[in-house]
Design a protein around this ligand. Structure first.
Ligand code: 0A1
Ligand code: ZN
Length: 879
């Protein structure tokens, strides 16, 4: 907690560590109230560092120091100094062994950083800077050491004791205690350290690597959850095989472990050989988890596993390089999901996410480059920019190099940098060295914040048969970066002929006629012109196919052309995007003019897409889903919260009414054949389109529709269908909604992750009394501010997914959020600051809302002893 203004850490101040740590021997006497940590570090001066003043500063926070020795000699008071966040050793030799003994208090640790208690177990979270809450250390990622960890605990209470690497010793001790020792042969930074102690059950499996090594796989959970691990284990084995095939990466230890914990600030953590997961991303049974949950588990399991190479074997030099591991690993998990599922649908959902979160981050007061150049609190920089835009930056390089050269480049990266802590610059250099491509200009994607805006114009000259496409780029200013240089932007485009087929794209001056299809152009200057020759009629352009770069596009295209693309584009992504643009146009017209009548041709286009059963149903469900209220808000200079909500409701109701018979037909045709739940792209697609049909039908339900929805709620054999129906009934309200919520709670009161859904569905309900309902739910015996999943499902969902009620013009939502932030900050600053981010784009709203939000931000900033996390967000929001 800070009284003084916290200072910023800057990339330009990076200095290599003065000392290196070769070996770490840790000994834990585990107890939730008072854990003893003895650490022996083998330190030596770093030959690559400049010499300082002869002292050494180690990180350490909230540690009670009990003993300290150098090379076996206890230190006297003048030989060291301790303050709030460090231990300074004066006059030290060039090579020495340091012993420290400290006490820590896991049961009091509500921040969930370092060693903490979750339910009956003890667990750790050390990224980014949590290890310093366990022992004194050089807690920075460029100090990589070999760890041995000895765990001692009461055997009845903590029969399972886990840490990184391989187990090398296990024995019983007196007094009912036992000891387990782990050794990790791979040097690693402290942020990848982990330990777990608990009464856990495990499911086990085996995996034989491509080179024939046998690996034991174990997933540890609380005993009541062992029947919910099969999907996670299947996902893990798929991910391991895929990484061998696609990236040539094998697993490297004899054992790989996953542990599910119920108190966790993020999704999961890639600790070497011992991944710790938010249980939301492990536990699934068809009756407790939705398709979205199954999908999330598959990709998060893969993400953490992939970190073993992109993050662990090769790690980050400093936290400014976070995207080196996160952007690359997200790219890898996206590609994995695309390969094992439906590529088109995956691309759409990734772009949806990028546009919803990253574009809005880039347009707000905390906009930062993929490689930030300063931070106050690093935990505030686990952002959509570092993760999602970082993945797009890797994707662009993969596309510019092509698959063979990209594979050569990643092979080179793994070989050149194995065992090192490196930078994004090292990554890009491998891309260049393996391919011969010049990525000098491309590097700006790491350095400049903001979303480039492309403006395209097309012109057809019927006499010469030339279609000229002019593209201009402009990137708006962001904090600290008033002016931008042009980016190197790959543009994948196609031209459609009157029959809807792709035309060959021949640029002026080319003699060969290329094959018809997509062509990647490269935009480097502020403005460029591309002239396509040999065309007999005006083509319909399909720009930015499969979304080749994280940019916004402005291109005047008629509704007719968009409908044509929606029906014919060979690129599934652009069929979806054309539909989104059409719907967005119509919705924004409805916002401006509430009397506007939804044209029949819109309903006709919607109907013909709905009834086209030839394609992928999951893709169809995406095409027919309206842009969210939040996304529409991002398209307006001044957000009209109520107008957007009204327009959205009007259009959904209109679709439900004018397509009633067709929607009912689709609903009935996709009832399934009675076979048990399967998580296959086909089955997921079928449920998606069926539940979307029910969604539109329920916007103005008669008794028949309501009956269908109630029946699906009561008799659905999987959580996807039950949850879809519950959400519709809750929004419908009345006795039906109330009864459904009560029944759901009674049925699932013992399943914490299902109860999170129960809280979330009520928090997202757009009924007028939503805030009161949320306040009431905060008093519910199952609500706790100490469980991040619960906080996110009630408070997070209300503030982020219930735009119309959160932004109520009386400011009640803002006051509610600020109160929760101040209440949470002393307990868990990471969660408090992430919640606060829902209010930082206050400048986009009308005067009244602006001043209400601004007042709440000031109230927060005026509070004494704010965490660095919340201070940084509140102060940047007001800058
Ligand atoms: N490296 C993890 C994410 C993570 C980051 C920070 C955490 O605590 C502050 C926890 C997890 C990942 O990318 O999955
Ligand atoms: Zn990650």
């Amino acid at each position: 907690m800070y009284r003084d203004t916290p200072h910023a850490v800057r990339l330009k101040d990076y200095q290599p560590p003065e000392f290196l740590i070769d070996r770490v021997d840790l000994h834990f006497e585990l107890d939730p109230d008072r854990t003893l940590v003895e650490s022996i570090l083998q330190l030596r001066r770093n030959p690559a560092a400049t010499r300082g003043d002869g002292s050494l500063v180690l990180h350490g926070e909230q540690l009670d120091l009990e003993a300290i020795e150098i090379d076996g000699h206890p230190l006297t008071g003048s030989e060291f100094g301790v303050d709030q966040d460090s231990l300074t050793l004066h006059r030290i030799p060039d090579r020495f062994s340091l012993l420290t003994r400290v006490r820590i208090h896991p049961s009091l640790n509500t921040a969930l950083e370092g060693l903490y208690q979750s339910g009956d177990m003890l667990c750790t979270q050390c990224e980014a800077e949590g290890f310093r809450r366990i022992t004194y250390f050089l807690d920075r990622p460029d100090v990589m050491a070999r760890f041995t960890t000895t765990l001692v605990a009461d055997k009845a209470r903590f029969p399972v004791l886990l840490s990184n690497g391989n187990p090398i010793e296990a024995r019983d001790l007196d007094g009912g205690r036992h000891l387990v020792r782990w050794e990790d042969p791979f040097p690693k930074p402290s942020y990848l350290f982990a330990l777990i102690a608990g009464d856990l059950s495990a499911i086990e499996d085996r995996f034989t690597t491509a080179s024939g090594r046998e690996v034991m796989l174990k997933i540890f959970v609380e005993p009541q959850n062992v029947d919910k691990c099969d999907h996670a284990m299947r996902s893990l084995k798929k991910a391991m095989r895929w990484d061998e095939e696609r990236f040539g990466r094998e697993y490297d230890l004899d054992i790989f472990m996953i542990v599910a914990v119920s108190h966790f600030n993020m999704g999961a953590m890639e600790n070497k050989g011992l991944n710790v997961f938010n249980d939301k991303f492990v536990l699934a049974r068809p009756d407790t988890a939705t398709d979205v949950d199954f999908d999330g588990i598959e990709s998060v399991i893969a993400h953490e596993y992939f970190h073993n190479w992109t993050g662990n074997r090769i790690t980050c030099r400093d936290w400014f390089q976070l995207s080196l591991k996160e952007g690359f690993t997200v790219y890898r998990d996206q590609e994995f999901s695309a390969d094992v599922g439906s590529r088109g649908v995956k691309r759409i959902s990734d772009v949806r996410l990028l546009r919803a979160h990253q574009f809005s981050e880039d347009a707000g007061p905390m906009a930062h480059p993929v490689r930030p150049d300063s931070y106050i609190e690093i935990n505030n920089f686990y952002t959509a920019t570092v993760y999602q835009k970082g993945a797009e930056v890797v994707r662009m390089q993969a596309n510019l190099l092509g698959p063979e050269a990209f594979r050569r480049a990643t092979d080179l990266y793994f070989e050149r940098h194995d065992g090192q802590a490196v930078t994004t610059e090292d990554f890009v250099r491998c891309m260049e060295d393996a391919s011969g491509c010049d990525l000098t200009q491309f590097r700006r994607w790491y350095e400049q914040a903001g979303t480039p805006e492309l403006t395209a114009e097309g012109e057809f000259d019927a006499e010469t048969g030339v279609y000229t496409l002019s593209v201009r780029q402009f990137t708006p200013p962001t904090p600290g970066q008033p002016e931008k240089s042009p980016f190197h932007v790959p543009l994948a485009i196609g031209l459609l002929g009157a029959d809807g087929e792709d035309l060959p794209l021949r640029l002026e001056g080319e003699s060969e006629v290329p094959r018809a299809g997509t062509r990647v152009l490269e935009l480097r200057k502020e403005e460029e012109r591309f002239r396509f020759v040999g065309l007999s009629a005006k083509p319909v352009p399909s720009l930015l196919r499969a979304f080749p770069a994280p940019v916004k596009l402005r291109f005047e295209q008629s509704d007719e052309d968009l409908m044509f693309l929606m029906a014919h584009d060979s690129d599934g992504f652009n069929r979806w995007d054309a539909a989104q643009t059409l719907m967005q146009r119509l919705l924004l017209t409805l916002v401006r003019d509430p009397d506007h009548v939804v044209p029949d041709r819109f309903c006709d286009a919607f109907r013909s897409a709905l009834l086209d059963t030839a394609g992928d149903q999951a893709l169809l469900a995406e095409v027919l889903t309206l842009p969210t209220e939040g996304y529409l808000a991002d398209q307006m200079d001044v957000v009209d919260v109520d107008g957007i909500h009204r327009a959205h409701a009007v259009l959904e109701r209109r679709i439900g009414e004018c397509l009633r018979a067709d929607l009912l037909g689709v609903y009935r045709a996709n009832a399934g054949d009675g076979s048990p739940y399967a998580f296959t792209p086909q089955a997921v697609g079928r449920r998606a389109i069926r539940n979307l049909a029910l969604h539109y039908l329920m916007q103005a339900p008669d008794a028949e529709i309501l009956g269908l929805c109630q029946d699906q709620f009561a008799n659905g054999d999987n959580m996807t269908d039950v949850m879809a129906a519950l959400s519709l009934l809750a929004n419908h309200g009345g006795t039906e909604g109330k009864a459904a919520l009560e029944a759901f709670y009674r049925r699932w009161s013992k399943e914490s992750l299902v109860i999170d859904k129960w809280f979330a569905v009520q928090a997202s309900c757009s009924r007028e009394d939503a805030l009161n309902q949320v306040l009431h739910l905060m008093e519910h015996p199952d609500f706790s501010l100490r469980n991040p999943n619960r906080v996110r499902s009630l408070i997070g969902v209300f503030c982020n997914a219930n735009q119309v009620r959160f932004h109520a013009p009386d400011g009640g939502g803002y006051r509610f959020l600020a109160d929760r932030v101040l209440e949470l900050d002393p307990l868990n600053p990471q969660i408090a600051s992430r919640l606060l981010k829902s209010m930082i784009r206050w400048r986009r709203f009308d005067r009244v809302r602006q001043s209400l939000m601004c007042a709440e931000l000031h109230r927060i900033l005026d509070t004494e002893e704010l965490s660095k996390d919340v201070y940084e967000v509140a102060s940047k929001a007001l800058e």
